[in-house]
Design a protein. Structure first.
Length: 420
């Protein structure tokens, strides 16, 4: 083997050792815990969603703005040919360095304005976290509803087949018409069709949950942990206290601070700007020397400056009005969320403690009456369908209760009440 061949092999091995581990790491998707809880879903979404990463990157970019906004203008170096005789017997030359310096607090106020912008960007990042959390919670609850419905349909199908067997037994003994068997088989066929449709709905809900977790849409989703939402809603005083930390309100307060700083910036425009210019010079008559110059800007166009102040004051008034309106709307949203939560809790409690037990109690007498020939098959089917309807309503009520908790958490700016 030649020297060049050995070198090529070493180069190939080195490239493979560098590239392949990176490609393998890129292909490995992080696994989800099993069973997957609501807290896990919110946590994974807040860690992986690109919207949050983008919002946080904007906030990091905003951290540089205060320094940029409050910095002095770049100095200017100006080589100058001051005098060149036509006879070219010499020249007067100079090199000056010029720097503009503000004689007011405009740099400080610009920094304050940039810091307010930074607070607004951070509040926007927190708002994105809340939005992503409620989206992930909704996807989790919808998938849980589809899977529970799928399990319920499987249970219903098994019971419907038992009814078919009972109808066949009575038809064979001559105590029931063939129409009973056909009616029972229709119910089995209906449930089988519903089960086939639920397969696609479950896959769609799994894809939606994976998408909300920034995972591959066709990836597997583990079993979901059940959630217990038995804790009472927080009191209105606790909710109003929590509303003060809502990122939308923090952004509104930052806008007011920024508008106030902009007002001060425009007022500083009434004060002049100083210009300092200095540097070495050379003249044919005197030789080498040094020159210096100090200048002041003349802010004489007062109407323009007053218009700038008026505009900034109007923007501040607009920001204050926006914050008041936003505070009122956020309090209203929280009050509506509390009322909806209480309504869903009452409905879920009624279905669990009153309606469902009554529907179950009607099944056994109906089956016994049909077996003994005292009741027609339609009585059994009606009783069973009533139970199935109540069970489906209970699944929907559980889902609505979870969604109501998620909406309340988003309204008060915290998911601690629903991630237990």
């Amino acid at each position: 083997m030649t020297r060049s061949t050995v070198l090529r092999l070493v180069l190939v091995v080195a490239i493979a050792a560098t590239v392949l581990p990176a490609e393998a790491a890129a292909q490995i998707s992080p696994g989800l815990p099993s069973p997957l809880s609501l807290a896990d879903v919110i946590r994974v979404a807040s860690e992986r969603r690109d919207e949050i990463q983008a919002a946080r990157a904007r906030a990091r970019a905003g951290e540089a703005r205060p320094t940029l906004a409050s910095a002095l203008d770049d100095p200017m170096i100006s080589p100058s040919l001051d005098h060149l005789p036509f006879m070219l017997g010499g020249a007067d030359v100079s090199i000056t360095i010029e720097q503009q310096i503000s004689l007011s607090g405009i740099r400080r106020h610009r920094r304050t304005s940039a810091l307010a912008d930074l607070e607004r960007l951070r509040a926007d990042a927190n708002r994105t976290v809340l939005d992503v959390g409620v989206q992930a919670a909704n996807a989790f609850l919808m998938l849980q509803e589809r899977r529970r419905t799928q399990a319920l349909v499987s249970e219903q199908t098994a019971f419907a087949r038992d009814v078919v067997s009972a109808a066949n037994a009575r038809y064979a003994s001559g105590t029931a018409p063939q129409s009973d068997v056909l009616r029972a088989e229709v119910e089995v066929a209906r449930l089988n069709a519903l089960a086939r449709a639920l397969v696609g709905e479950v896959r769609g809900a799994e894809a939606m949950l994976n998408t909300n977790l920034a995972l591959d849409a066709d990836g597997p989703v583990p079993a979901l942990a059940s959630i217990a939402l038995t804790q009472p809603p927080p009191s209105w005083s606790a909710i109003k206290t929590a509303l003060a930390s809502r990122p939308e309100l923090a952004a509104g307060r930052a806008e007011i601070a920024r508008a106030e700083a902009d007002v001060q910036v425009m007022r500083d425009m009434f004060r002049p700007m100083a210009t300092v210019r200095t540097g070495p010079s050379y003249t044919m008559a005197e030789g080498r020397g040094w020159m210096a110059m100090v200048g002041l800007s003349l802010p004489i166009w007062r109407a323009k400056l007053r218009a700038g102040v008026a505009e900034a004051q109007a923007m501040r008034a607009m920001s204050e009005a926006d914050l008041r309106a936003m505070t009122r709307m956020i309090e209203g949203d929280a009050a509506v969320a509390v009322s909806q939560l209480q309504a869903t809790r009452d409905r879920q409690a009624a279905l669990t403690t009153d309606v469902l037990p009554r529907a179950r109690m009607a099944i056994e007498p109906a089956v016994a009456g049909y077996t003994s020939g005292q009741l027609p098959l339609v009585s059994v089917i009606e009783a069973v369908q009533a139970l199935w309807l109540v069970q489906a309503d209970l699944i929907a009520a559980d889902t609505e209760l979870g969604l109501a908790w998620a909406r309340l958490g988003r309204a008060i700016g915290s998911y601690e009440a629903i991630v237990q």
